[in-house]
Design a protein around this ligand. Sequence first.
Ligand code: ASP
Ligand code: MG
Length: 421
Amino acid sequence: MSLIVQKFGGSSVADAESIKRVAKRIVEVRKAGNEVVVVVSAMGDTTDELLDLAKKVVPFPSGRELDMLLTAGERISMALLAMAIRSLGVEARSYTGSQAGMVTDAQHGSARIVEVSPKRVREALDDGAVAIVAGFQGFNRGTGDITTLGRGGSDTTAVALAAALGADVCEIYTDVDGIYTADPRVVSSARKLDRITSEEMLELAATGAKVLYIRAVEYARRHGVTLHVRSSFNNNEGTLVVNPIEGENVEEPIVTGVAADLSEAKITVVGVPDTPGKAAQIFTLIARTNVNIDMIVQNVSSASTGLTDISFTCPKSDAHAAMEALTAQKADIGFASLQHDDQIAKLAVVGAGMRTNAGVSAKLFTALFEAGINIEMISTSEIRISVVTRADTVNDAVRVVHTAFGLDGEVEAVVHGGTGR
Ligand code: ASP
Ligand code: MG
């Protein structure tokens, strides 16, 4: 007997038919003798619809009330799914995040899990029931209020429950067959991976891969939870996200996947005096504004002017705050002007085998050059190379790079539905 945590995303429970289909699947696994805990997201695009609704009522809803509103989405799907499972003759009980013991900090909209005490979930399992838990939510002990974990947070709920219950596996059901070498919606020749290391998955998630959320991957890595990403539309094996044992001798692919991210903007601080302390001053200021910086590039300063340009990327939604903070300190820092560009995209190639292979960047840059794509910024880690290019050509860039690294598969990737989440 295994303890299996299964997470179903919004597109897998989008309507009554889908809920009944998912219920059947869960019942099969339960009847095979396994203990089953299910985590659900809100049906289809419910969360977005609730957000739109709130914004029609007030432009800036309070965090507390927004969380109260959004958690309703998961309550709907969990109750409907429990009904569907019971109608198939298997006992099922649904629980909100608080009932399932998901304790978080008090940060509305992006709360972090600080403790998981799934007592009632464990009791349900002991009674032979399937436990259904609302994803993406918890509560704070201090305030006693309901919180949400941030968009896509149901993945994290599932992983946290799997860790707390000592589950054998955490299955993430989605609308594609697993993790691909690139987004199959963009690259039709993308190949499904049988396995990927959590380290590689972290890099891919950080550079735009939407199949798994970065916080869920981090949590799984820290707690040694094995993730299995698979389709809710068939019974095929998906992709295992594994934590390889240190020193284990596995042949690692040089490039495992290509990802793209359109959510960032580029800010350039023009004409910064090239003297010690200026970068410190600029980035201390940005950090105080709580803006998350990603890539940074400083140009070589020209000897005649003693001035340099510093560019960085940050989430589009943070760019305004960063610009305001910098403008307020313009005289003090002594720069000439600011440029803001939100038509950029970040493309990254990731692979654990890069560590021991030269020539990966040469191949990447050559492929981009041959496709006529200009590179504006470059940054690297041990197992990743990222470049900034124009947003309107990034999908072409992903396809070209995917081909250049020999990642194209023979069959067309199947996308079963949904919008990528
Ligand atoms: N329903 C929430 C969202 O759309 C949480 C999730 O899907 O994981 O972000
Ligand atoms: Mg969702």
